[in-house]
Design a protein around this ligand. Structure first.
Ligand code: BDR
Ligand code: CA
Length: 308
């Protein structure tokens, strides 16, 4: 069944790959809009990258709404050391020729969710949660329109990737994450415990590089940069495909293991800033992903990028 989907992201290499996979699945994903937020790179760069992905895909009919340019309370942090100054690693995307939307992402979320049927919109969040948290503060009733929120963020067993305790998206705006995770929206949270299981290993890179499809080719150029950094910084062979796990979940939830949990976010500003404490909880609206089938998931993502 097709879902109406809004993707709120900070592209970013793995965000771009999530967008490409979503664009390759029009039967399941009716992508209504892309919202962008400051995260991996400043918000204007995120907007340019989202528009570049749409230009590559020939889908510039989909609007891009630019959102919050800084977190709710903490000082901004970026991840250019991972994604490169452009946010795209070694890749160059086409320049969009479409006039940018003037409406802001928070206004768009409030208007669209405010007018939508109950439980009709799926929100995918692959960056700091500033846009949606700000929208929830402005109009708490918008939760009614949300069918599900699927988020890349957090860590439990895995500790962190930006600090020993915190995953980047939560660390970048812990206050926003706390608001979203405390909301009444049915939520699936996919953190490092799961996303670190899907890696761009050398054989997978060879498959992408050998592809004649433009989306796969762009993905290979983006990931090549992050793979080099992963090797240097983490000594790891193959970057993790964090954000595409959200789209994979929409397309094939049977590839994921979920448990009902409660999540507490450290908003203290101390050394555990952005830590997510995940605790099993019966009949919770929050599901935490503990594992995934990485081989079938990688194939699924490539198959959909090949359709762009
Ligand atoms: C998350 O941080 C960002 O750098 C990635 O795009 C992903 O959303 C992983 O921790
Ligand atoms: Ca991201």
């Amino acid at each position: 069944m097709q879902r109406s989907v809004i993707i709120d992201c900070d592209p970013g290499v793995d965000d771009c790959i999530a967008l490409l996979a979503a664009l390759g699945a029009p039967e399941q994903i009716d992508l209504r809009a892309i919202c962008v937020v400051a995260g991996n790179v400043p918000v204007d760069t995120c907007a340019r990258n989202a528009r570049g992905v749409l230009a590559l895909a020939g889908r510039e009919d989909i609007p891009v709404y630019s959102g919050c340019d800084r977190p709710m309370q903490v000082d901004p942090v970026f991840a250019e050391h991972i994604h490169g100054a452009s946010g795209l690693g070694d890749a160059k995307l086409p320049e969009s020729t479409v006039t940018p939307a003037t409406l802001g992402a928070v206004d768009y979320l409030c208007e669209t969710l405010g007018q939508a049927e109950p439980a009709s919109i799926t929100l995918v969040i692959t960056g700091p949660m500033t846009n949606f948290a700000t929208a929830l503060q402005r109009d708490p009733n918008i939760v009614e329109a949300v069918r599900e929120v699927v988020i890349m963020g957090g860590a439990s067993v895995e500790g962190g990737n930006i600090t020993p305790h915190a995953e980047f998206n939560i660390f970048a705006d812990p206050d926003a994450a706390a608001i979203v995770l405390a909301s009444a929206c049915p939520t699936v949270l996919i953190g490092l415990d799961a996303t670190l299981q899907i890696r761009c290993t050398p054989p997978r890179m060879s498959e992408l590089e050998a592809s004649s499809h433009p989306a796969c080719h762009a993905a290979a150029e983006m990931i090549a940069h992050v793979n080099r950094i992963y090797g240097e910084v983490y000594g790891a062979e193959g970057a993790a495909l964090h954000d595409p796990c959200t789209i994979g979940y929409l397309l094939a939830p049977e590839l994921y293991d979920l448990v009902s949990v409660s999540a507490k976010v450290d908003c203290s500003g101390g050394e555990r800033r952005g830590q997510t404490v995940i605790t099993p909880a019966q009949s919770s609206g929050l599901q935490w992903v503990t594992g995934l089938r990485d081989g079938p998931l990688f194939d699924l993502l490539v198959r959909h990028m090949e359709r762009v």
